[in-house]
Design a protein around this ligand. Structure first.
Ligand code: I3S
Length: 128
């Protein structure tokens, strides 16, 4: 029996696996591509690493950098409307540079914690 384990390092107080897709990039609409994504909140940055594929796991494979990072300063979070997604528990994260993401988890408590953490981070860093 072969057991695969992907171990991710949690360098901050808030990490977890979430479903994530971009919906705009620099203000332009992009096609959704939902992916299960290791997500790390570190300071005012949100870091993402996709777990799939060999050698692409962040800190667990041969890649030492996150695949994608967004700066939360000047951003906003809100619960996504039904028009944005048919899924339950979806957060819409807008960034200052016009890259907007949807972040989702099937688990209520998980997504509520993330909503709180992201709002707090945005508020804390708003005046820096
Ligand atoms: O907002 P949309 O376009 O209805 O989003 C759905 C699509 O992206 C769909 O993929 P393709 O149409 O590219 O094959 C996804 O599979 C769905 O998950 C997207 O909708 P939800 O409501 O799940 O965010």
């Amino acid at each position: 029996k072969i057991i695969f384990t992907i171990q991710f390092f949690c360098p901050s107080e808030k990490c977890g696996v979430l479903n994530v897709t971009k919906i705009t990039e620099h203000g332009k609409k992009v096609r959704k591509n939902w992916a299960s994504t290791w997500t790390v909140l570190q300071g005012s940055s949100l870091l993402f690493a996709k777990g799939q594929g060999s050698g692409t796991s962040w800190f667990g494979g041969n890649q030492s950098k996150p695949e994608f990072t967004v700066n939360l300063r000047g951003g906003s979070v809100e619960w996504a409307s039904k028009e944005k997604s048919s899924k339950k528990h979806v957060i819409e994260l807008k960034t200052r540079v016009g890259t907007d993401l949807l972040i989702q988890s099937e688990i209520d408590s998980v997504i509520n914690d993330w909503f709180r953490a992201l709002s707090e981070t945005i508020n804390t860093h708003a005046w820096e």
